[in-house]
Design a protein around this ligand. Sequence first.
Ligand code: ZN
Ligand code: ZN
Length: 238
Amino acid sequence: MPNIDYPYMPPDRHLKYVPVDHPFMIEASRAREECAGDSLYPVGIVLVKEEKVIARAGNGFNKGPGEIHVCPRVVLDVPSGTGYDLCTLHDAPGHAERMVLEQAARLGVNPEGADAYMYGHWWACEPCWTALLKAGIRDLYVTDDAHERFSRERVYEETLSPSIKTVSLEGFEEGLLNQVREVFKEFQLTEQEKEADVHCAFTSEGVSCFLKGEHHPIYLIPLSDKLVSQLRNVLRQL
Ligand SMILES: [Zn+2]
Ligand SMILES: [Zn+2]
């Protein structure tokens, strides 16, 4: 293994590694696809005991997969590892490790002595390690290339491009409109009058973004000189 600088590692434990095609890592990757409610940085995890998967979950598992989450940490461009208080999905209780322990409790299976296989991330934070060790988990496995495969840059490259196609705008003044249209060009979004995938309305409070058919904004960007870059960061998460 290359020398990796981990943001956290418990004093008496270390991650373990398996190749990406290890059978339980494949199970974890399936859990990532099917269980992760975090579309931005999806992580899947399985607990394995006596060669059997006893519990599976993803991060944001309680939210369920396929839900759109506009993360304030991404909108505001906060540095890696900071600003967790800004987001209720990305705080520690929503992490895959905690979610799978909860799921084990719900299923009535004892996680003690089980191994955890995690796909979608390259390290575990302190609250997660603490929870895993307290639950008696034996080892936490990631893929042997996880630090590259699941680096923030690599993951965001995949997840941070919009799946929406059309946007409608309301109340934007000319100068701002031109800047916003540059963002549309970058993401190949088409501006249309109405019935667009997303509607962005400029008001005295800021820009409210509505998904089609929804009456509550998915995000409100307050007025500031970062308005356009923040709108760009909202759109790329949709
Ligand atoms: Zn978030
Ligand atoms: Zn964590």
